[in-house]
Design a protein around this ligand. Structure first.
Ligand SMILES: [Fe+2]
Length: 235
C-alpha cells in the first residue's frame, strides 16, 4: 500500500490518497481510497476484485467509508460497488449518462451531473469526460484527479470508434483546461509509471495530450497494430 498526501487547494483540507493495486487474473486495476484527515470520512474510487484489501485499507486509515465514486461502468471498475455499498451502507455515485447507457442499477445508486458536493471537507468535483464510454467521468478532489480509463500517465483509454475518439479529444482538452499543472493524476491502470504523476509531466510525455485536433487524434488513437495484450500491464 502506498500513501500520498496532496494539497487540497479548493476545500482547505489535505486529502490523503491511499493507492491500492488489485488484481483478478490478467486484469490489474488501481483503487483509490481518499480520506479527509479532519473527519476521517472517506470515498473509494472504482472498487474491484479484492474486498479484503479495501476493508484492510479502511481499518489502517481509521477511515469511515461514506461513498463510492465510479468513473465508468466497465466490469473492472464496478465489480465491488454493490457489495461495498451494502457492507458500509453508503451511496454509489455514477454519471447519469453512464447509468443510462450501462443499465447499472443498485439500491444505493445516485446518478449525478457535474454539480460538486462535499464529504467531510473533501470537495468532490465531477468532470464529464466521455470517449472511452459515453458517460465516463473524472473526479477532482483537491489537487488529485481520478481519471479512470480516460487519462493514463502513458496514454488514454480505448475508443471504440471515430465518434468516441473525437469525444475523447474534447475530454482531454477539457482536462487540460480545468486541471492545474501540479494536479496529480490517479488513473485506473498503469502502463509503467506509478500513479500520482503531475499533469505537467504528462503534458510533456503523453502524446495523446499533444495532438492538435480531433482528426489527427482519432487517426492516432485508432491506428492499427496496437498491442492489446499490454492493456492491463503494470510492468
Ligand atoms: Fe474501461
Amino acid at each position: 500500500m502506498n500513501q500520498q498526501n496532496a494539497d487540497a487547494g479548493h476545500s482547505g483540507a489535505s486529502p490523503q490518497v491511499v493507492v491500492l493495486t488489485v488484481q483478478n487474473q490478467f486484469m490489474k486495476n488501481y483503487n483509490y481510497l481518499v480520506v479527509d484527515p479532519s473527519s476521517r470520512r472517506a470515498v473509494i474510487v472504482d472498487p474491484a476484485w479484492q474486498m479484503e484489501k479495501i476493508d484492510r485499507a479502511l481499518i489502517d486509515a481509521q477511515a469511515n467509508l461514506c461513498g463510492i465514486l465510479i468513473t465508468h461502468s466497465h466490469p473492472d471498475h464496478i465489480h465491488l460497488a454493490k457489495p461495498i455499498a451494502e457492507e458500509y451502507g453508503c451511496p454509489i455515485w455514477m454519471a447519469k449518462e453512464e447509468t443510462a447507457i450501462s443499465g447499472f442499477n443498485a439500491r444505493q445508486l445516485i446518478s449525478i451531473d457535474t454539480t460538486p458536493w462535499t464529504v467531510g471537507q473533501l470537495l468532490i468535483e465531477p468532470i464529464f469526460t466521455p470517449g472511452h464510454t459515453p458517460g465516463s467521468t473524472c473526479y477532482l478532489i483537491g489537487d488529485n484527479a481520478f481519471t479512470g480509463d480516460v487519462l493514463f500517465a502513458e496514454g488514454c483509454g480505448i475508443c471504440p470508434n471515430i465518434q468516441a475518439a473525437h469525444a475523447m479529444f474534447a475530454s482531454l482538452e477539457r482536462l487540460k483546461a480545468r486541471l492545474k499543472p501540479q494536479t496529480r493524476i490517479f488513473p485506473g491502470h498503469s502502463y509503467g509509471k506509478p500513479p500520482g504523476q503531475m499533469l505537467s509531466l504528462l503534458l510533456k510525455d503523453n502524446i495523446y495530450l499533444q495532438l492538435p485536433d480531433k482528426e489527427s487524434f482519432a487517426a492516432f488513437r485508432l491506428r492499427s497494430g496496437q498491442d492489446e495484450a499490454k492493456m492491463f500491464s503494470f510492468s
